[in-house]
Design a protein around this ligand. Structure first.
Ligand code: GLU
Length: 437
């Protein structure tokens, strides 16, 4: 069974970069009838906040990325402590007493000598007496995982065969000196105990994977499959982090981006398959293929998303927007006809409210001075209600016959008189919806 997880730290709002990870994990699980876990990596008590947990849930719900299980790392600390005990008993977890300053000095020295700044494992040489003395001095140890000096390899579902030489890595710190557990161990323990079969995450985790594969082995567990997707950049190739302020999912929602468009966009961006208009999540799933994603950084252009969202919105069937149309005041019985008329002109669903207000309340007619007589003449020819699909065609034909006007000179003043605007939905479809005058 395919089991995936999306594991954000609730230390901020989700942005498009996180979303890519979420969509891929969700799609991988859903495509194969598997399970998708929302795992909150909230062991950092100082930076994790309930409001961010709420926001993460709200964002995923808005997008329709439903999850089968929710887990919080802060509620599983005993599991991590137990795993740590096992590592320690196996000689794979050891105490280190260096201060950050001492570690920094070591690193500088190594760099000065042209050596890679890898932790020298000096702590392994400490005797029990040394450690007792250091503790008595008030020092508290941080704990490192002892890597085996071997190459770690895996077949990445996106990047292909990968190798990380553990001999070139520092033994990772699993617990800080204040006892704070780090993500590296917690994540492995969770992946084992929750039966995670596939881990999809950003390419910034590749080295982590090398380390974590050794932790899986040290805990006697078979590792999941891994897929590391490329990181997003801004439209000009710049690091996205600079623009993330405006690319929070909450901002995109407020800007009127269609949720299904956003998911479809993310499920294709940076893959060999083109971004296509899709109007349902089922369609997104059917066209999702993890192996189709590429290795190079993926350009994300907010303007492209906006265009894609508008195109998607215009093609949505009325059933999938009916509730939201009602939310902005459009009665259910009018919705199908209204949507047919107005959808092709919308960039954002909320703009429908404006067109509805026009239909319901009418507008002050706009008549240019030179058109006054023409408009009066045309209005006199407008047949009495009810208006139907042919009314506009028949009416304008009659106006044309009587006044001799045609083309823009005929249509523009009529549109202005009826809607107060130069542009908008097809008049033939809009006219029957106008309740006033
Ligand atoms: N909380 C980690 C992150 O957001 C999760 C990484 C992972 O998927 O293992 O980077």
């Amino acid at each position: 069974m395919t089991v995936t997880r999306f594991a954000p730290s609730p230390t901020g709002l989700l942005h498009v970069g996180n979303l890519r990870t979420a969509v891929m994990n969700w799609a991988l699980a859903r495509r194969s009838g598997g399970a998708f876990i929302l795992r909150l990596d909230d062991t950092d008590k100082e930076r994790s906040e309930q409001r961010f947990i709420d926001a993460i849930r709200r964002d995923l719900e808005w997008l329709g990325l439903t999850w089968d299980r929710e887990e919080r790392q802060s509620e599983r600390l005993d599991h991590y402590a137990e795993a740590a005990e096992r590592l320690r008993a196996a000689g794979r977890l050891y105490d280190c007493f260096e201060t950050p300053l001492e570690l920094d000095l070591k690193r500088r020295k190594q760099l000065g000598m042209g050596l890679p700044p890898v932790y020298d494992r000096a702590a392994l040489k400490l005797t029990e007496a040394d450690k007792a003395r250091l503790r008595a001095e008030g020092r508290r140890p941080h704990q490192r995982f002892l890597l085996e000096s071997r190459e770690v390899a895996w077949d990445d579902l996106i990047r292909g065969p990968q190798h990380v030489d553990a001999a070139s890595l520092s033994d990772p710190v699993l617990f800080r000196e204040d006892g704070q557990l780090l993500y590296t161990l917690a994540s492995v323990v969770d992946d084992i105990e929750m039966g995670v079969s596939h881990v999809v995450r950003g390419a910034d985790h590749v080295t982590n994977t090398g380390t974590q594969l050794q932790i899986f082995a040290a805990l006697g567990a078979a590792p999941p499959a891994f897929a590391h997707h490329s990181l997003l950049t801004g439209p000009g190739g710049e690091a996205l982090s600079k623009r993330l302020g405006t690319l929070a999912l909450a901002d995109l929602r407020a800007a009127g981006v269609e949720p299904v468009a956003l998911v479809a966009f993310m499920a294709r961006l940076g893959s060999a398959r083109p971004v296509e208009v899709m109007t349902s999540l089922e369609e997104v799933l059917a066209g999702f293929e993890i192996a189709s994603f590429g290795l190079s950084p993926t350009r994300f252009d907010p303007d492209e998303l906006t265009l894609h969202s508008a195109k998607t919105l215009r093609g949505l069937p009325v059933e999938s927007v009916k509730e939201r149309l009602e939310d902005v005041g459009i009665p259910g019985n009018i919705a199908p006809e209204f949507w047919r008329a107005v959808a092709p002109n919308l960039d954002r669903l909320n703009d429908a409210a404006e067109w509805w207000a026009l239909c319901r309340d009418g507008v002050e007619a706009v008549v240019e001075p030179e058109d006054t007589a023409f408009v009066a003449e045309a209005m006199a020819l407008l047949p009495p209600r009810p208006w139907g699909a042919e009314t506009w065609r028949d009416w304008t034909a009659a106006v044309k016959a009587q006044t001799g006007r045609k083309g823009r000179g005929l249509f523009r003043p009529l549109r202005l008189a009826l809607t107060g605007r130069e542009h908008g939905p097809e008049m033939a479809a809009l006219l029957p919806l106008l309740r006033k005058p």
